[in-house]
Design a protein around this ligand. Structure first.
Ligand code: TPP
Length: 272
């Protein structure tokens, strides 16, 4: 595929991910809209371009692994997995119901989900363990992990960050979805986590900062990261919480928000 064509396809899929998220939640229901929509472009590039996965064989040995450290944004991953055919979109209707395949946070009962996450701070440690084990076995598979900027307050992340550098885990690609809003307000008003670039660099990571809504910049950053050897890689993605839904953008109320019927209709119009 030509680069231009690829970018326009991945942009189209980012919009589709947002539409799926909105439809999964539906009107008058609570759901993690904000942090799921902020990372649609990252998910689109990873799932529809970069990662080696086989929807018909989710546990294929050669697959790359995706770990959602900010697991509350699972809906973005569910959208990508369903679009790829890991399971039917019919599952969306049963989201968060007892016994359903799709729960509020990622669980391994869902085809394509590698670990149960959602207790913030844990995903990167799991990613490190998987990356180390693949390296020991001399396997080429890569590990991709997405964290939040509010999540950076979790101490466990920094232990994992140090260990990834110590063990030269250059098969580990992490992202921070830097949308500046956490559950109850702005990250800077609740618990400051900046300067993230300097902190991660000091911990021995190869760090890049990009516009997280530019498919072109995400593709370029992943390509650049692939050429870096000997250390783990971090991409800090500058994003907007609730991106794509004008009424939800930058609003902590839509971290785990409820759309009225009117907002639901508006969301689907804006994403058409
Ligand atoms: C250990 C732990 N503490 C608290 C929570 C509750 N919680 C869920 S999401 C969230 C805010 C996360 O903010 P951020 O990482 O910035 O995520 P995003 O804005 O991208 O959704 C909190 C505190 C949790 N899931 N786990």
């Amino acid at each position: 595929m030509e680069v231009k064509e690829k970018i326009s396809y991945l942009e189209k899929m980012s919009k589709q991910i947002r539409r799926d998220i909105v439809q999964m939640i539906g009107p008058n229901n609570k759901g993690h809209i904000g942090g799921s929509c902020s990372m649609a472009e990252i998910i689109s590039v990873l799932f529809f371009d970069e990662m080696n996965v086989r929807p018909v064989d989710p546990e294929w040995e050669g697959r790359d692994r995706f770990l959602f450290s900010k697991g509350h944004a699972a809906l973005a991953q569910y959208a990508a997995l369903a679009e790829l055919g890991f399971f039917s979109k019919d599952e969306f209707k049963h989201l968060k119901t007892l016994g359903a395949m799709l729960q509020g946070h990622p669980e391994t009962r869902t085809p394509g989900v590698e670990a149960n996450t959602g207790s913030l701070g844990q995903g990167l440690s799991i990613a490190c363990g998987m990356a180390a084990s693949l390296k020991i076995d001399k396997k080429p598979n890569r590990i991709f992990c997405v964290m939040g900027d509010g999540e950076q307050a979790e101490g466990q992340l920094w232990e994992a960050a140090m260990s990834a550098a110590n063990f030269s885990l250059d098969n580990l690609y992490a992202f921070i979805d830097k949308n500046r809003v956490q559950a109850t307000g702005f990250v800077n008003d609740r618990y400051k986590t900046d300067p993230l670039d300097k902190k991660w660099e000091a911990f021995g990571w190869f760090v890049q900062e990009i516009d997280g809504h530019s498919v072109k910049e995400i593709l370029a950053a992943v390509d650049r990261a692939k050429r870096e050897t000997g250390r783990p890689k971090l991409i800090i993605a500058d994003t907007i919480k609730g991106k794509g839904l004008s009424f939800a953008e930058n609003k902590a109320a839509f971290h785990n928000g409820l759309m009225t019927e009117k907002e639901y209709t508006q969301a689907l119009q804006e994403l058409a």
